[in-house]
Design a protein around this ligand. Structure first.
Ligand SMILES: Nc1ncnc2c1ncn2[C@@H]1O[C@H](COP(=O)(O)OP(=O)(O)OP(=O)(O)O)[C@@H](O)[C@H]1O
Ligand SMILES: [Mg+2]
Length: 135
C-alpha cells in the first residue's frame, strides 16, 4: 500500500488535494474521513465531489446523516449515530455496496457495520490554518 503525506495551508489547498485524490477512486469505494472536529473532513469531501464531476454544492450532512449526490457520491456524517445497528436500521449501510463512492465522517461510531476494505484519509489539525493529510 502506497502512502502519501501532505501539509495543507488552507481550505482551498485541502480541497484541491481532494480533487486530485478523487482520480484514484473507483465506483463502490468506501473512504473513511478521519479527524476531529474542524479537521477539514467536509472540506475534503467538497474537493472529492468536484473531482468526481459533481456540480451540486456539497454541504455538511450534519442534519441528514447522509447526502446522496446522484448515486455517484454518498457523503455521511455519523457524528450523531450511536452504533452500527442504528445505521443499519436507517438503511444507511445499503449504499456501501452500491455503485457510488461513499465518504464517511465519524465512521468510528458505526465501526461494526463498515465494509472490510475501506480506504482511509486522515486529517490532523496542526495549527489554525494548517492540516496534515495522509492517505
Ligand atoms: N488547511 C486547511 N484545510 C482544511 N480546512 C481548513 C484549513 N485551514 C483552515 N481550515 C478551516 O477548518 C474548517 C474545517 O471545517 P470542516 O467542516 O471541513 O471540518 P470537519 O472535519 O468536517 O468537522 P466536523 O467533524 O465538525 O464535521 C473550515 O472552517 C476551514 O476553513
Ligand atoms: Mg464535517
Amino acid at each position: 500500500m502506497r502512502m502519501a503525506v501532505f501539509i495543507s495551508r488552507s481550505a482551498e489547498e485541502t480541497s484541491a488535494l481532494a480533487t486530485e485524490y478523487a482520480k484514484s477512486l473507483k465506483p463502490g469505494d468506501v473512504v473513511l474521513l478521519e479527524g476531529g472536529m474542524g479537521a477539514g473532513k467536509t472540506v475534503f469531501a467538497k474537493g472529492v465531489a468536484r473531482g468526481l464531476g459533481i456540480e451540486d454544492e456539497v454541504l455538511s450532512p450534519t442534519y441528514a446523516y447522509m447526502n446522496d449526490y446522484g448515486g455517484k457520491l454518498y457523503h455521511y456524517d455519523c457524528y450523531r449515530l450511536k452504533n452500527g445497528a442504528q445505521a443499519e436500521a436507517l438503511g444507511l449501510t445499503d449504499y456501501f455496496y452500491g455503485g457510488g463512492v461513499c465518504l464517511i465522517e465519524w465512521a468510528e461510531n458505526i465501526a461494526e457495520v463498515l465494509p472490510q476494505n475501506c480506504k482511509k484519509v486522515t486529517l490532523t489539525k496542526v495549527s489554525e490554518g494548517e492540516r496534515r493529510i495522509e492517505y
